[in-house]
Ligand binder design. Structure first.
Ligand SMILES: C[S@@+](CC[C@H](N)C(=O)[O-])C[C@H]1O[C@@H](n2cnc3c(N)ncnc32)[C@H](O)[C@@H]1O
Length: 302
């Protein structure tokens, strides 16, 4: 098994040593999580597949890896911010998007459905939650959390844990709730935008909770973005008519099915009549969209 790693169990209490990174023999010291550390259990129960956030990936996760492939342009932003970090912790790792293959990665992912979708060349993910990371203080050079913090039951606890176990930069890839309405989806399904706006923590809240100096980078979204979060389809509206594409964005699982039905019929009609193109057609050839995507980089000053 490449980059074998350990399953710390659903309750995150078992002490483990973790070998990480394909062929990399480096070991990360782990600590025995205290029962009272179990952030999620304290705040609410995990879903049946272990999902520990507001979305149940046991229900919606099956097609995730197909629709949410890491995008090379976004990956470049992350690679640059990681600098010369050799050991990287990825929290809420899902199917492994944006995990560098040239560094030793340790992945944490509570959902079994998501862990099962990790490609074989990536390390097996540890079953643990952001609010109670089973690692010693300062044992990673850097840490990442991509498209996940908006789902955590206790944002402050999760970010404090990331900061605690990391010596160098902590990277949070997320969406700016105040910029979500730049995307035309808001015309067709404002309920989805509203759900997203209520879930994404304000950028300043994240920056403050990291408790260190932060830099906030805007990440322009490429026209052919391979990571199908909502705005990825800004210039390819037809793609959002695919049920699987919507399912890969958890926001759709929080709106009434009537909203989805109205969205599909409204957008289909507007595409057929040319109404969408008359208003938004310029986006079909726009190379990058300045949407809501942000990379927050927290650095401890030395
Ligand atoms: C939208 S997916 C993103 C996955 C991956 N980071 C990516 O960029 O494709 C959100 C992930 O966060 C995970 N997650 C939710 N709540 C979590 C928590 N409390 N601790 C750790 N991970 C969590 C979910 O299980 C899911 O895999």
């Amino acid at each position: 098994m490449p980059g074998a790693s350990a399953d710390v169990g659903g309750d995150g209490r078992q002490a483990q040593n973790v070998r990480h990174g394909a062929g990399n023999a480096a070991r990360v010291q782990t600590r025995r999580a205290r029962p009272q550390d179990d952030g999620v259990a304290a705040l609410g129960s995990r879903h049946s597949d272990g999902s520990a956030g507001d979305a149940n990936y046991g229900v919606i996760g099956a097609g995730y890896a197909h629709y949410r492939r890491p995008d090379p342009h976004i990956a470049e932003f992350i690679g640059r911010a990681l600098g010369d970090a050799r050991t990287v912790l990825n929290v809420g790792a899902g199917a492994g998007s944006y995990e560098p293959t040239d560094r030793a990665v340790t992945a944490v992912e509570p959902s079994a459905a998501m862990r099962a979708q990790r490609p074989v060349h990536l390390p097996t993910a540890i079953d643990a939650v952001a609010g109670s990371l089973p690692f010693e203080d300062g044992c990673f050079d850097a840490a990442t959390a991509t498209f996940t913090v908006h789902q955590w039951p206790d944002l402050a606890a999760g970010l404090a844990e990331m900061r605690r176990v990391t010596r160098g930069p902590v990277l949070i890839l997320t969406c700016d709730r105040d910029a979500l309405d730049r995307f035309w989806l808001d015309d067709y399904a404002p309920e989805v935008t509203a759900v997203e706006a209520s879930r994404y923590p304000p950028i300043e809240t994240i920056a403050k909770a990291l408790g260190c100096a932060t830099e906030v980078l805007s990440v322009p979204i490429p026209l052919d973005c391979t990571d199908g979060f909502g705005e990825a389809y800004y210039g390819r509206p037809e793609r959002l008519l695919e049920p699987g594409a919507r399912l890969a964005c958890s926001a759709w699982s929080f709106v009434d099915p009537s909203v989805t039905a109205r969205f599909v019929s409204g957008l289909t009609q507007d595409l057929e009549s040319g109404t969408w193109d008359a208003k938004h057609g310029h986006l079909r050839t726009k190379s990058y969209f300045d949407g809501s995507l942000k990379l927050i980089v927290g650095r401890v000053e030395s």
